[in-house]
Design a protein around this ligand. Structure first.
Ligand code: NI
Length: 177
């Protein structure tokens, strides 16, 4: 298993709709998930979708550990989610800053729904269903958008709130999704 190259905005695979996984528990799916974990860890990301490493399948991973440097940052449980579905539990939206490993070095202010239920499967085909709000809900929406060929700048409503990390947040060490 190995960290893979992350495709950047502009690559055609990032604009395609990914296909559902049809067989669980296969060596191919396990090795895809292992490579995604390694890639996310190597890049210190908060999440990663399979199309970002050039694989057009509906697989995302995400998770944020408690970081003592950012005691206010919300923790998100590490999750592998295959064939995800989102059910919105509110129409309320909230703006928040996002980054993406496919848009390296940049940040944008993105409106997202604040509360949702997500479901899907892990790599072995075990069902997952959870409710999420706030940052957790944001990360899920960001990752699932990747499966429909959407990157966060396409969700922005005010492009004046899009820029380089060092200019927007000097001195901060930020994670990307
Ligand atoms: Ni992303």
């Amino acid at each position: 298993m190995a960290a893979r190259e992350v495709l950047r905005m502009g690559h055609p695979v990032l604009r395609e709709r990914a296909q559902p996984v049809e067989r669980f528990g296969t060596p191919e799916l396990s090795s895809l998930i292992a490579d995604m974990k390694d890639t996310m860890a190597a890049k210190n990301g908060a999440g990663l979708a399979a199309p970002q490493i050039g694989v057009g399948l509906r697989v995302v991973i995400f998770g944020v550990n408690h970081n003592p440097r950012y005691p206010d940052a919300e923790e998100v449980p590490f999750t592998v989610l295959v064939n995800p579905k989102i059910l919105l539990l509110t129409r309320e939206v909230e703006e928040g800053w996002e980054g993406c490993l496919s848009v390296p070095g940049m940040r944008g202010l993105v409106p997202r729904y604040t509360r949702l239920r997500y479901s899907g499967f892990d790599g072995e085909g075990l069902a997952i269903e959870r409710e999420a709000e706030g940052f957790h809900a944001r990360v899920v929406q960001h990752e699932c958008d990747h499966l429909d060929g959407i990157l966060y700048p396409q969700r922005m409503t005010d492009m004046s709130k899009f820029g380089f990390n060092e200019e927007l947040f000097p001195g901060e060490d930020l994670v990307d999704e």
